[in-house]
Design a binder for this molecule. Sequence first.
Ligand code: 13P
Ligand code: SF4
Length: 355
Amino acid sequence: APSDPGLVERARAAKEALGDRVFVLGHHYQRDEVIAFADVTGDSFKLARDAAARPEAEFIVFCGVHFMAESADILTGPDQKVVLPDLAAGCSMADMARLAQVEDAWDALADAGVVDSVVPVTYMNSSADIKAFCGRNGGVVCTSSNAEVALEWAFEQKPDAKILFLPDQHLGRNTAVQKMGLTLDDCVVWNPLRPGGGLTPEQLRDAKVILWKGHCSVHGRFSPAVVDELRATIPGVNILVHPECQHEVVLKADLVGSTEFIIQTIEAAPAGSSWAIGTELNLVKRLANAHPDKNIVFLDKTVCYCSTMNRIDLPHFVWAMESLVAGTVPNQITVDPETEKWALVALERMLALPG
Ligand code: 13P
Ligand code: SF4
């Protein structure tokens, strides 16, 4: 539905009143009504860099989810305030790895006698304390656009290195197997809900990659059967998916990459080409609307929004912006100094990766 014109006008007025004091970041999964007010849009990697590159902005309004706002707080100066327009905008995947659980896994790796060769790598989609754990233990953060270089870096850190990959098993498996030439047998899955992760010490010793049993419920819905069906019904269709999809889907896809990669691929595609895209629906709809000369369909038959990304809507955005105009800082996201210090180590290692 079109946005309420009164709210659109209020958002515009608040943005104008704040001028350069505010910088609005919008993740590609945000609603159109919010993206319309973003100063920059991007994938998680680009937004982390963009947040760090605006030291003059007093307020960073982060239209995305909680872990992204935390990362922005870590990467920005001490006087800059990061605002998340709705505090309920979390990420179910990030919630699947808690610090105490990760510490249990670390203890099990110590008991198995291998912890000294483990390099922890966490996907950006994780809480600040998990990033700090990685920073403290010689590890790194990665995003869907640099997971391969991050794993290469991690394997070079120690002789016979093993990787503990948090929290998305699919991104970890897809990167290890599809991009780095490892086999499925090189990977084991640590289930935080089972004693000892559901693994024996031998399995921990033999594995090259220990995948945390986390996943994205949005991307988990895409299935290999629908890929087959679309290939049978749309001649010449290209299947383009995000690496948070299940391995079986990624194996059947033509191209795999971050949200930014998906956008660039569609922008570069010839008129008349056909694409089935496996990622969040706001982005796929926006791409279909922006490219009427290309046949763009969604890789699922059901509606598949990220419900937490969708929590940031125009009313929440207007409320946050008008509060700033009125002199209060709503929903400020702050990371405690000790966590920030170590999370920054892991984030800076990521920002220093080649490419
Ligand atoms: P990217 O934008 O980095 O591809 O990540 C997608 C995502 O699920 C963010 O939560
Ligand atoms: Fe988290 Fe998945 Fe939503 Fe991304 S799409 S924010 S991984 S739940």
